[in-house]
Design a protein around this ligand. Structure first.
Ligand SMILES: Cc1cc2nc3c(=O)[nH]c(=O)nc-3n(C[C@H](O)[C@H](O)[C@H](O)COP(=O)(O)OP(=O)(O)OC[C@H]3O[C@@H](n4cnc5c(N)ncnc54)[C@H](O)[C@@H]3O)c2cc1C
Length: 379
């Protein structure tokens, strides 16, 4: 990293969205990526990525399948009483751990941009010299940086959302996410989604042959039990498919990773002139299995807009913001809406039984619904 603290573009957060944007923009502009965590680390995530973004990842120089990711073509879903439906995934996808994928992307990003491990505590657009406006960025380690543009890629919930006074941050969210890797015998081309009272659990293989078991549940449902092991035995295992996972599987971690306060409320793709990408712009319900693809896709959208416009011209800011807001809404707004509807259906015992019953009778419905929450292949 050089000593200059002035950049064309600063990216806050180095998850999938931030890292892809850093690689994409790094060969066009002077870019700084600030990530608070050390690489590599595990994240609460189902780790199934739609092929929607495979060509784009290849373009960025990342070949997940070559790195061992498991190609996934089949989908299975069960009701809480274990009724199973099977479908072929319209686009398909692959299974790779965030531990491996974020590390691969980070190694690539380091080549073209400056990277810093620190936590951003404030970011504000201030009037600069010669009537240009620049962002002032301050970090926990008391470092200051300036940048003409800032990408907010800091994920679903961050200290910066409080700083930016975003609406959703004041609302309590009832969701809890739990994830661990297991040793378990299962086919590597399947991603399964099993329902249980108060939530659903994704099961699929990642690059090293381990099985990712990741579930989302309401805090209310979990609080009645209050202990992960008991919750898995007494609530999740009521579904026979999950019973098999927890009885036959061997958890490879001392304890699962957990996160709380996961919000699916509507956010803004542009806030205080910061261009938001990935979960910072909006989060789709994980049952759609599309959050990572959306994060990567939004990085590509914003990068193309920033490369097309001349960012050194201060008059272009308004157009850039407008163009990104429109592209984001065109690409993702409907997917989030469909994700919210499916989530509601699945979590209502009666509605989920009826919907899955219908899906069992008319199996073509499932791929059609999956298509509604997924985009077309991003080149
Ligand atoms: C339970 C669950 C299961 C899921 N399963 C799937 C799935 O199977 N498939 C799928 O496609 N999607 C899934 N998702 C969604 C997916 O995980 C997210 O959509 C995706 O991780 C978003 O990537 P991102 O880059 O926006 O955010 P992240 O990957 O969260 O990255 C944000 C980064 O910003 C950093 N950061 C935060 N604040 C600061 C700060 N102030 N300064 C510096 N750095 C900061 C964080 O440390 C983090 O590394 C799931 C989500 C959940 C909760």
């Amino acid at each position: 990293m050089n000593n200059n603290t002035s950049y064309d573009i600063a990216i806050i957060g180095g998850g999938l969205a931030g890292l892809c944007a850093a690689i994409h923009l790094g060969s066009h502009y002077k870019v700084l990526l600030i990530e608070k965590q050390v690489y590599p680390s595990h994240k609460v995530c189902g780790e199934y990525i739609s092929n929607e973004v495979l060509p784009y990842l290849l373009e960025l120089g990342i070949d997940p399948i070559k790195e061992g990711a498991k190609a996934i073509t089949k989908f299975e879903m069960s009701t809480r009483d274990g009724i199973l439906i099977k479908a072929i995934l319209p686009l398909g996808g692959f299974g790779i751990s965030r531990y491996a994928l974020d590390k691969l992307l980070f190694e690539k990003a380091k080549i073209t941009c400056d990277t810093v491990q620190d936590t951003v505590i404030s970011v504000d657009l201030k009037e600069g010299l010669a009537a240009t406006k620049t962002f002032q960025i301050q970090t926990k380690a008391s470092k200051r940086y300036t940048a003409a543009y800032v990408l907010g890629a800091y994920g679903k919930r961050s200290n910066l959302d409080i700083h930016l006074k975003r609406d959703f941050i004041t609302k309590k969210s009832p969701w809890l996410g739990v994830k661990a890797h297991y040793e378990l015998d299962m086919p590597e081309d399947v991603v399964a989604l099993h329902n249980f009272r108060g939530g659903y659990c994704g099961v699929s293989k990642v690059e090293n042959g381990k099985v990712n078991v990741c579930y989302l549940t309401t805090f209310k449902s979990f609080k009645e039990v209050g202990d992960i092991d008991i919750f898995q035995k007494e609530v999740l295992s009521k579904n026979q498919h999950l019973k098999r996972v927890f009885e036959e599987g061997r958890c490879l971690w001392e304890k699962p990773l957990t996160i709380s306060q996961i919000s699916f409320n509507i956010k803004e793709p542009v806030k205080n002139h910061i261009l938001m990408i990935g979960d910072s712009a909006g989060m789709i319900h994980p049952l759609a299995g599309n959050g990572m693809a959306m994060a990567i896709h939004s990085a590509s959208l914003v990068s193309e807009i920033l490369i097309t416009h001349q960012i050194s011209n201060p008059l272009h800011r308004e157009n850039i913001e407008k163009s990104y807001r429109n592209s984001w809404n065109n690409q993702f707004k409907d997917r989030l809406r469909v994700g919210r509807i499916i989530q509601k259906l699945l979590l209502s015992p009666k509605a989920s039984k009826i919907s899955l019953g219908v899906a069992k009778l008319f199996p073509g419905i499932v791929p059609a619904i999956i298509k509604k929450t997924h985009g077309t292949v991003k080149k």
